[in-house]
Design a protein around this ligand. Structure first.
Ligand code: PMP
Length: 354
């Protein structure tokens, strides 16, 4: 069967080379006569995988020794709890920006741990824009934002200057665009979009921010310091997702790094948004200035053409185009590994509906 044009929002398309090398490693890892799945995470064959997977993130993000890189289980959703558990002082408060379902999920968990102020929210407008008129003072222990809203198709183009620690959920646009990563004190991302398969979460932390909450007897598995002390092997790490993430990041590094990925992503997004803007049959859910380069959420303006459109994109070999169940419509996810040729196929289908 020929490869489909995969617009899935995540887990999602990865470079073909990553699929092939991952498959090889399951059968025979680096020619050692054993599968990656049957060796100890502490073996001389796996430890270099974890070491390099941690090192390459700092190289790609241009970060120095003041940062630590962890690969943890539990998805980005566990970070909704670990962030406040590790950064929200006993009796302190945190500032959150509410830009969508995932941001709201982070807020919900943080409220179970301490006081949370939502400093900006676009919930009343069905998250169709990114709030911008807010300030975050030093009375907060940290500020939490979501760089890209996977469901609503909005993206923060700039980040505010805040007088406190800056924490960001970059699950759905990590490694897709150039940012000054040193502006962030903690970044986390579920791997299953631009980074690798599901099952592991990247956490990048500025070490000096830890150990300041006054929280005693912290649960070890929820304590970043414990994971850092054990070089991301406090417990058995998800070895296969870590390895496949390493392959994905090595592929990115060999192909021009984040700067080149950004150019490709901008070209893909332009192609699709230009079609949406010039074709009266389609429109986005969100305001133009906050449109995401990663997730293009859009709807059809004439419901009587829906069936024809659905049949046409399926016949063209397109997969994963249905919108999230909470928003409806369509969502074309244009992650790093999606070739521009796939976007052209979609645009051609959109043009063919009269
Ligand atoms: N944050 C964002 C921005 C997401 O897109 C997602 C999942 N799509 C999550 C958090 C939750 O991630 P996980 O399923 O890894 O817990």
């Amino acid at each position: 069967m020929s490869k489909k044009h995969n617009f899935s929002a995540g887990p999602c398309i990865l470079p073909q080379e990553v699929f092939e090398k991952s498959a090889e490693a399951i059968l025979d890892f680096n020619g050692i006569g054993l599968s990656l799945l049957e060796i100890s995470h502490r073996s001389k064959d796996f430890v270099p995988v974890m070491d390099e997977a941690r090192a390459i993130v700092k190289r790609l993000m241009n970060l120095g020794d003041e940062y630590e890189v962890l690969y943890l289980g539990g998805g980005a959703s566990l970070q909704f709890a670990m962030v406040p558990y590790n950064l929200l002082k006993v009796g302190g408060k945190a500032a959150y920006l509410d830009t969508g379902t995932w941001a709201a999920g982070a807020i919900k968990e943080a409220k179970k741990i301490g006081t949370v102020d939502v400093v900006g929210s676009s919930k009343e407008a069905n998250y169709s824009y990114i709030p911008k008129d807010y300030t975050v003072s030093s009375e907060y222990d940290y500020f939490h934002c979501t760089s890209n809203n996977t469901i609503y198709g909005t993206q923060m183009k700039t980040f505010p200057e805040v007088d406190t620690l800056m924490v960001c959920d970059m699950s759905s646009d990590i490694f897709s665009r150039q940012l000054d990563f040193s502006k962030f004190d903690l970044i986390y991302a579920g791997a299953q979009k631009n980074m690798g398969p599901a099952g592991v979460t990247l956490v990048v932390i500025k070490k000096e921010i830890l150990g300041k909450t006054g929280r005693e007897n912290m649960l070890s598995m929820l304590d970043y310091s414990q994971h850092i002390a054990k070089e991301s092997m406090y417990n058995t790490p998800p070895v296969f997702p870590v390895y496949a993430s390493l392959l994905t990041l090595q592929y990115l590094e060999r192909n021009g790094g984040i700067a080149a990925a950004e150019q490709r992503n901008e070209a893909k997004a332009k192609l699709l948004y230009d079609e949406i803007d010039s074709n009266p049959l389609f429109e986005t859910f969100c305001v133009k200035e906050d449109r995401s380069l990663m997730n293009v959420s859009f709807k059809i303006t004439d419901e009587s053409k829906k069936e024809e459109f659905d049949n046409a994109w399926k016949a063209a070999g397109i997969s994963g185009l249905n919108g999230h169940r909470s928003l409806g419509g369509y969502r074309a996810s244009l992650y790093n590994a999606l070739p521009i040729e796939s976007v052209q196929v979609l645009v051609d289908v959109m043009r063919s509906i009269k």
